[in-house]
Design a protein around this ligand. Sequence first.
Ligand code: ADP
Length: 191
Amino acid sequence: MEQPATEVNINQAKLVIIQGDITRQATEAIVNAANSSLMGGGGVDGAIHRAGGSTILEECRQIVSRQGRLPAGKAVITSGGNLTARFVIHTVGPVWRGGNQGEPELLASAYRESLRVAAANNLGSISFPSVSTGVYGYPVAAAARVALGTVASFLQERPTSIKEVVFVLFDPVTFEKYLSVLGEIAGGVRK
Ligand code: ADP
C-alpha cells in the first residue's frame, strides 16, 4: 500500500508533518503553545523553556510588562536562547469549552498570527506543535483541521518569506490524526 504523504507543496512553500520533539527542530522559529502569562508551564511550554534557558523567560517578562498578558489568538516573538531555532514565537490557543465559545476562530487566529509574526520578521521556516490539544483539551482531529487548514490558506493567499512550515507532533496518535487530515487537504490544494 502507498504511504500517506507527509508533505504538500503550496504556492512554492512546503507544509510538512513529522513526529518528534519541537525543541530539537532547526527551523528558524519554533512556536510555543504558551499560556497568557507567558511565564512558562507544563507540556511543550515547559519543554521549550527548559531547553532554551532563562533568556526566553526574561524576554517574555519584558513583553508582559510592556503590553500585559497575551490574549488567546495572539502571538509574540522572542529569541531562541540556547535552542537551535533562532526565535520562539509564543502563541496562546483557546481552552476547549465544548466548541461553541469561539474555540475554532481563536485556534485559527493563533496559527495565523504566528505566521504573520514570522513573515513580518522575514523568516523562511517555522515549526508548530499541536496548539491547544494537550492540557487545553481541544479534540485532536478537529484541531488538526483548523491547524492545517489555516496554514494552507495562509500560504495560498499570498507569497511571503515563509517557505517551510513543519508540524512537529509529539505522540503517534496526534501524528496519525494530522496525517489523515493532511491527506484530505492535499486533494484540495492548488500546487
Ligand atoms: P496546550 O496547553 O496548548 O494544550 P500542551 O503543551 O499541553 O499545550 O500540549 C500541546 C501539544 O504539545 C500536545 O500534543 C503535547 O503532546 C505536545 N508536546 C508536548 N511536548 C512537546 C514537545 N517537546 N514537542 C512537540 N510537542 C510537544
